[in-house]
Design a protein around this ligand. Structure first.
Ligand code: ADP
Ligand code: MG
Length: 212
């Protein structure tokens, strides 16, 4: 089954709804560990994408991802704005040819995560969004090499992202604003890891409904 950018209006709406439903909890995380603006930054970016989504849905994936990256970069603000923007700009370098295979997507996703690591000068284990994005990238790559079906991959990725965000709870923040807190950053989830997990969960759930 071919997934085209025609799915974008439904996907963006589902993500907006899900972030709204979790806004208070995530804002509280960023209020304690950062400055409390992460959800507002993200919502500003999502609304900018939503405003253009009819046009985006007419494009090919690589161009759509490029435009989403530029929109997030120019509207979101915060550390997360430049990092999410970087992610989608790098994703747009996917080997396109009109259809994006699972293997090409997995490779592009891994490259996008590598760009985010470079941009933020961060690695796994520093209590950031990377603690969700890195394990998901590795899982996608593993599954594409092992020829695991899209249906099973979507189910697994939901769990991998949940494990990833949970892993940030006992991590010491060494990057971003939370790093100023030192040991006091322990015991709570990272806000950017939480929104990354929510977005991945919503995308995987929406895609599941389309392929079954
Ligand atoms: P800001 O920290 O500038 O207020 P946001 O609140 O929007 O920006 O985003 C904070 C989130 O960004 C953090 O929860 C973390 O997941 C992520 N983050 C911050 N710095 C980095 C970094 N260097 N590398 C990866 N992710 C980071
Ligand atoms: Mg913040």
């Amino acid at each position: 089954m071919l997934i085209t950018p025609k799915i974008l209006p439904e996907l963006i709406q589902a993500i907006i709804t899900d972030i709204e439903a979790n806004a208070e909890v995530v804002t509280e995380l960023d209020r304690i560990l950062g400055d409390g603006d992460h959800v507002i930054n993200l919502q500003r970016g999502l609304n900018a994408v939503a405003a253009k989504v009819a046009d985006l849905s007419e494009l090919e994936w690589s161009t759509a991802w490029q435009q989403i990256g530029m929109l997030l970069m120019s509207t979101m603000g915060g550390a997360s704005g430049s990092l999410f923007g970087t992610f989608f700009l790098a994703l747009s370098k996917v080997n396109n040819n009109n259809t994006v295979t699972q293997a090409a997507f997995a490779q592009a996703f891994m490259q996008a995560v590598t760009k985010v690591k470079q941009r933020g000068k961060a690695e796994a284990g520093e209590k950031t969004m990377l603690d969700v994005l890195i394990p998901v990238a590795e899982h996608l790559q593993h599954n594409s090499q092992a020829n695991i079906s899209l249906t099973n991959t979507l189910i697994q990725v939901i769990t991998v992202a949940e494990t990833g965000v949970e892993s940030t709870r006992e991590m010491l923040a060494t990057k971003g604003r939370a790093s100023y807190l030192g040991e006091r950053s322990l015991g709570r989830l990272d806000a950017g890891a939480k929104t990354s997990q929510l977005i991945i969960n919503t995308i995987a759930t929406t895609l599941q409904a389309h392929i079954t």
